[in-house]
Write a protein that binds this ligand. Structure first.
Ligand code: TYM
Length: 332
């Protein structure tokens, strides 16, 4: 059976980008067709300046939102990365097959390091090695597929390289995985700055729809989205990034393609109004289920406890095998 691994990082409240680019396909498709693991990858949240209490709160919230989005813990394994030691154990071994040049070439590293430096901060070493830990997340479970948005495909490519290199040098140990981004909305853009990604850790919230925003807030944000010059609502990412983003969001909500909606709207206003309603409707059940789950936090805790147990069992043989293959003496 196909094995799937993916994760979300608790660095901010989950956004419409996270949902359309990743979580929705985990809940609607992936968990039914594959042996799936979905993780709250909290170790990754420590790579930039963080507040300990906030990371803990966001981790719980992310877990609750994954369940609210319809991921069924009887089908899929939902767990917190730091509850399973195998991720950190394997990450170190992979650091011994990766090179610093490979790490420095990662686009996200370059962007985030530049942002930290611009703020006058220093760059944590873990930000540089982030993609190695991500590779460990995936390889520990011998995952075949990694459903992620566009921004993570470079990291999955690196994971493939590391798996191939390890297998070649030390014998067949890992499955070489592949990224499976969604056809539509693999990169949802910021509503106020449609040339950059809608990202949960951006400070300004006006261009970001959060999954737990009140319906009226969602409407307001979409109705105030930046559009482009001219008045034709055509799909053209380069010439019309704002309008194209709205067409893409609307298409993703309705299950069609943005090309099919191109030119259908007579005005930007009408497109925004439909996109706003489509998003509000899409998120409604998720919000309701989230409210129910919040009433019983012990349920979420129990799901995470069982998930970590299952994950540990799955990862341990592979990681133990990697320790032996690379030349470490097994403990007696
Ligand atoms: P993270 O937490 O930034 O995002 C979680 C998922 O949401 C996708 N995504 C988007 N998709 C479309 N449009 C957007 N604007 C948008 N923003 C985010 C991301 O591509 C991702 O699929 N490094 C990962 C977490 C991670 C991981 C892993 C993922 C750690 N280990 C192993 C897969 C497998 C991250 O920062 O995702």
């Amino acid at each position: 059976m196909t094995r799937i691994f993916s994760g979300v990082k608790p660095t901010g409240h989950l956004t419409l980008g996270n949902y359309l680019g990743a979580v929705r396909q985990w809940a609607e498709v992936d968990q039914y067709r594959a042996d799936s693991l979905f993780s709250i990858v909290d170790l990754h949240a420590l790579t930039v300046e963080h507040d300990p209490g906030r990371v803990r709160r966001l981790s719980r919230q992310a877990a609750t939102l994954l369940l609210a989005s319809g991921i069924d813990p009887e089908r899929a394994t939902v767990f917190v990365q730091s509850h399973v030691d195998e991720h950190a154990r394997l990450s170190y071994l992979l650091e011994c097959v990766a090179t610093d040049g490979e790490m420095r070439r990662m686009i996200q590293y370059k962007e985030k390091a530049a942002r930290e430096r611009a703020r006058g901060g220093s760059v944590r070493l873990s930000l540089l090695t982030y993609p190695v830990l991500m590779a460990a997340d995936i390889l520990a479970y011998r995952a075949d597929e990694v459903p992620v948005g566009d921004d993570q495909t470079q990291h999955v490519e690196l994971t493939r390289d590391l798996a191939e290199r390890f297998n070649q040098r030390y014998g067949p140990t890992f499955v070489v995985p592949r990224a499976t981004p969604p056809k539509v909305a693999a990169r949802v853009m910021d509503l106020q700055d449609p040339t950059s990604k809608m990202g949960k850790s951006h400070e300004a919230g006006a261009g970001i729809v959060y999954l737990l925003d009140e319906p009226d807030v969602v409407r307001k944000k979409i109705l105030r989205a930046v559009t482009d010059s001219g008045s034709e609502a055509v799909f053209d990412r380069d010439a019309k990034p704002g309008v194209s983003n709205l067409l893409e969001i609307l298409a993703a909500c309705r299950g069609g393609s943005p090309e099919a909606l191109s030119g259908v709207y007579e005005s930007y206003g009408a497109l925004k109004a439909d996109a706003a309603e489509a998003v509000v409707e899409l998120l409604r059940p998720l919000r309701e289920r989230h409210k129910e789950l919040m009433a019983d936090p012990s349920y979420v805790e129990e799901v995470l406890r069982r998930g970590a147990e299952r994950a540990r069992e799955m990862a341990r043989p592979t990681v133990d095998g990697a320790y032996r293959a690379i030349g470490l003496l097994p403990a007696a």
